[in-house]
Design a protein. Structure first.
Length: 383
């Protein structure tokens, strides 16, 4: 892939607002997680891939300590922060993701920044990590920070944890930084070791349909944090550093010391980690029927054990499976967002219609669809 700026508005808007061209542009993708949900923060393995929707950030230096930010979505409104007094402020909205990265990387020079992007917001496709990673890779280039991609991913995660206040794991930032085209990323969330697994569904006559339910969610709330706290509590009870090496039998031995909720959430994490490894084997064997079964099992566990699904996500999954999908599941943090369905390419139109019809009958918002293919990770271009 030849790196190129996708946004036609980014550089012209930067010129218009600041009176000169940017010095660097960073670009980073959103992601779809094929399987391995809600286990990155318990040091599990995940299998995401980068998608063709991206965030892009244009940056130049300033001669003062101010960071001035403009969004292509609201070009007449700017946000200004002072590096000498930089602290979290939720009133700044989207700008917090950029400023969190600026803070985490220890930037001391003022910056002009314009952002644009087309990752659907609130759809569970990691628009926030895409924005963070685009910022980080641009700053790494502009300021000669000489950080590795793994270090940048960790900085972006820390920015979201510490500045935005979202206790996310490393998956979203890591895949945005480390992905390769035509591959999923088998990511060890403890060591950050990666293995790139070929993912070329089109050659097998298959497509991965993403349904944005438009039941948009915000993860900066108690739901996500409570589930992470559940897994941490289980680890405390089991005296285990994480759930990556805990078996279901070991969990069952401590069931009497756990609440039913914590037990079921830990059951999800342990079984989901196992499903990731089984999915890799299925892909290596081109056993897509098996992969579809694993997707269905993942959704059932996320719905029943981890309780992060919602009626719209369940409807998208059920409708896809009813008309011939090999498997389907919710993706992302849950409580809304998107679902994926592995389907024969020839059935795309029928599956879309089935989901749309069910949504209409249920009184849900009209869903949005796109086919996800594995794309390249973050890059920076010096102008």
């Amino acid at each position: 892939m030849t790196p190129r700026i996708m946004s036609e508005n980014l550089v012209p808007l930067f010129n218009k607002h600041f009176g000169h061209a940017p010095h660097v542009v960073g670009s980073a993708p959103g992601r779809v997680n094929l399987i391995g949900e809600h286990i990155d923060y318990t040091e599990g393995w995940v299998l995401p891939f980068a998608i063709g929707y991206r965030a892009e950030v244009a940056i130049s230096r300033r001669d003062d300590s101010h960071v001035v930010l403009v969004s292509a979505q609201k070009p007449d409104h700017s946000v200004t922060a002072d590096l000498n007094q930089l602290a979290p402020d939720k009133k700044r909205g989207w700008a917090e993701y950029v400023l969190g990265v600026v803070a985490e990387l220890g930037v001391t020079t003022g910056l002009n920044i314009v952002v644009d992007g087309n990752v659907p917001l609130g759809a569970g496709l990691s628009s926030s990590a895409a924005l963070e990673c685009a910022t980080a890779i641009a700053l790494n280039e502009l300021l000669d920070l000489n950080k590795t991609r793994e270090e940048l991913a960790l900085a972006c995660q820390a920015a979201e944890n510490n500045f935005v206040g979202m206790p996310c794991g490393i998956m979203d930032q890591a895949v945005s930084m480390l992905a390769h085209q035509h591959h999923a990323v088998l990511l060890d969330c403890k060591s950050l070791e990666t293995q790139h697994i070929p993912l070329e569904l089109e050659a097998a006559g298959l497509a991965l349909l993403v349904t944005d339910t438009r039941a948009h969610h915000s993860l900066v709330d108690g739901g996500y944090a409570a589930r992470r706290a559940s897994l941490e509590h289980v680890c405390d009870v089991l005296k285990a550093p994480s759930l990556r090496d805990v078996s279901l039998d070991e969990l069952a031995m401590k069931k009497s010391e756990l609440s039913e909720t914590d037990y079921r959430r830990a059951t999800h994490a342990i079984t989901e980690i196992a499903r990731v490894h089984k999915a890799v084997v299925a892909l290596e064997k081109n056993d897509f029927e098996r992969l579809g079964t694993l997707l269905n099992e993942s959704h059932t566990s996320l719905r029943d054990n981890y309780t992060v699904s919602c009626p719209e996500l369940d409807a998208a999954v059920d409708a896809a499976n009813a008309v011939g999908a090999l498997g389907s599941r919710m993706v992302g943090g849950g409580f809304g967002g998107s679902a994926i369905a592995l389907i024969p390419t020839a059935m795309l139109t029928g599956v879309r219609k089935s989901i749309a019809d069910l949504f209409r009958a249920a009184g849900f918002q009209e869903p949005r669809f796109f086919v996800a293919t594995a794309n390249e990770g973050a890059f920076a271009i010096t102008l």
